[in-house]
Design a protein around this ligand. Structure first.
Ligand SMILES: C[S@@+](CC[C@H](N)C(=O)[O-])C[C@H]1O[C@@H](n2cnc3c(N)ncnc32)[C@H](O)[C@@H]1O
Ligand SMILES: [Zn+2]
Length: 285
């Protein structure tokens, strides 16, 4: 089956979960290559199979180079410890057979690698504001529904998601609360204070950027969601130059660092710490 036809089947299976980003109206099943809402707002389905449901001015924070590097790091297993913990949380929450939305999915690799770890029959969707990210995601992971969309205006109906993942991406707790099904949970992953500390020390030594604290992220989450649990996952791994070069390119932390300096960072084997806090919250009552 062609990619676009698989995508149309996926969209039609989930059509009642989607809602028009212009008017909030329901969508009707795909006609030709267009998704139409009950008020005739139309959205085309791209050849690779995603649908663009973002109505603002396109703004890409990151480019394909960053997403290709993220894909190489995730496919190389660097995030597997984190993913195994998230899979355990999803199973314990009883969401492994539900509808899982990854808000800020990037190029979709984390979601695609996570799903088999959950061991259920979950139906998954990933959204991101980046066209480059969603292009790669829909090209490489055809069993997942991908949309370009804004976390602050989710194109999903009220109460549709059993689980919302929000991994290393900005959150919008008003939207998460609206879209979560009763009893559903948000699983937010925030970079923890030691995340990539070796690079901070090398590049930002002596400046404020040498140290990071995610306290504000955690406080905001706890003030907006009914906090159920906080877990911490941390590994320090020794990385050879080929994997290091992907890590250097995949992190927003080093986006502004000149190319020559980036090359030096990955010139020789060095330890790198990956450190995450996983916050689980339910809809506030
Ligand atoms: C550091 S990346 C994380 C991507 C993925 N979750 C991962 O961990 O590999 C942050 C992502 O948030 C996305 N993003 C930023 N603001 C957004 C918004 N308002 N709506 C949707 N996505 C957004 C970016 O495009 C980017 O893909
Ligand atoms: Zn509409």
């Amino acid at each position: 089956m062609k990619k676009i036809d698989r995508a149309i089947t996926l969209i039609n299976t989930n059509v009642r979960r989607l809602r028009c980003p212009h008017c909030g109206g329901a969508f009707t099943p795909v006609v030709g290559r267009s998704l139409l809402c009950v008020n005739a707002h139309a959205f085309d389905i791209a050849k690779t199979g995603y649908v663009n449901l973002f109505t603002g001015r396109q703004q890409d924070f990151y480019d394909a180079v960053l997403f290709d590097a993220r894909q190489a790091c995730i496919a190389g297993g660097l995030f597997d410890g984190l993913l195994r913990k998230i899979a355990e949380i999803i199973r314990d929450a009883g969401s492994a057979d539900g509808f899982i939305l990854d808000a800020g999915t990037g190029e979709g690799t984390l979601l695609a690698r996570l799903m088999p770890m959950c061991g259920g029959t979950a139906c998954c969707a990933g959204i991101d504001i980046s066209r480059d990210g969603i292009h790669i995601a829909s090209r490489d992971y055809p069993d997942i529904l991908f949309c370009i969309a804004d976390i602050a205006h989710l194109p999903f109906a009220d109460g549709t998601a059993d689980c919302i993942l929000n991994i290393l991406s900005p959150g919008h707790y008003g939207e998460f609360t609206r879209v979560l099904a009763p009893g559903g949970a948000v699983i937010k992953v925030a970079a923890a204070d030691n995340h990539l500390q070796e690079f901070r020390q090398l590049i930002y030594s002596g400046s404020d950027a040498e140290y990071y604290s995610n306290a504000a992220v955690k406080d905001l989450f706890a003030s907006r969601m009914n906090l159920m649990s906080v877990s911490h996952v941390e590994h320090t791994v020794l990385l050879a130059p080929d994997m290091l070069s992907h890590v250097v390119l995949m992190t927003p932390l080093l986006q502004q660092v000149p190319a020559e300096k980036k090359a030096l960072l990955s010139a020789e084997t060095r330890p790198v710490t990956l450190s995450f806090d996983i916050l689980v919250g339910k809809r506030p009552v």
